[in-house]
Design a protein around this ligand. Sequence first.
Ligand SMILES: *[C@@H]1O[C@H](CO)[C@@H](O)[C@H](O)[C@H]1NC(C)=O
Length: 225
Amino acid sequence: MKVVGMLMVSALLALASSFATAYDPSPLQDFCVGINDADSAVVVNGKLCKNPSFATADDFSYSGLNVPGNTSTQLRAHVNLITADLMPGLNTLGVSLARIDFEPNGGLNPPHYHPRASEVLLVLEGTLYAGFVTSNPDHRLFSKILKPGDLFVFPFGLVHFQMNVGKTPAVAIAALTSQNPGVNTVANAIFGANWPINPEVLTTAFHLDKKLVEDLQSQEWVNPS
Ligand SMILES: *[C@@H]1O[C@H](CO)[C@@H](O)[C@H](O)[C@H]1NC(C)=O
């Protein structure tokens, strides 16, 4: 009886720890400022960190998100994502932040997902139609019209989008639960793959005729940035 109880406890613990390890571990130190120069570095978790004695306030700071992004882009929107590459103090901390600008009447942050992060979006200006779609088998769409002051959360790894449905410019701030969330823009990955995916794959997968697939593959798929 005792042995069975112990086995059950260890099975439960194993289950609990397997859930915990589905996420980035908590940092083992106060900070680990990313650095390229190996000479002034110590190593934590396999990544170079600046020697803490040499860290400065600038390592933990970034300026310029008050400036609107240039929305003269294919999708009439601009995403300025500040990751650990641009703000080295973010290294190992598991957060990052973006400013997104949208032109009036349809500026679009197209369907995409972050392979390593959930996201909370805060609308500062304008009117956004935002949503996400759940994974197989249901593909439920959760969407909403957002106004200044509204928040919307996009769960980890799910396809999501925002479009300006107002007649004025829109601005939003997105906070992400990774120092390097990654972005996969769905249409670009599929139709802009390099090298191109065999059209037969996309013809069948997307219920399109081959000519349309080849036309789509010949277009330019510019990533939002
Ligand atoms: C915005 O980007 C477009 C296209 O790249 C460029 O022609 C234009 O000069 C840029 N505008 C500003 C204000 O930088």
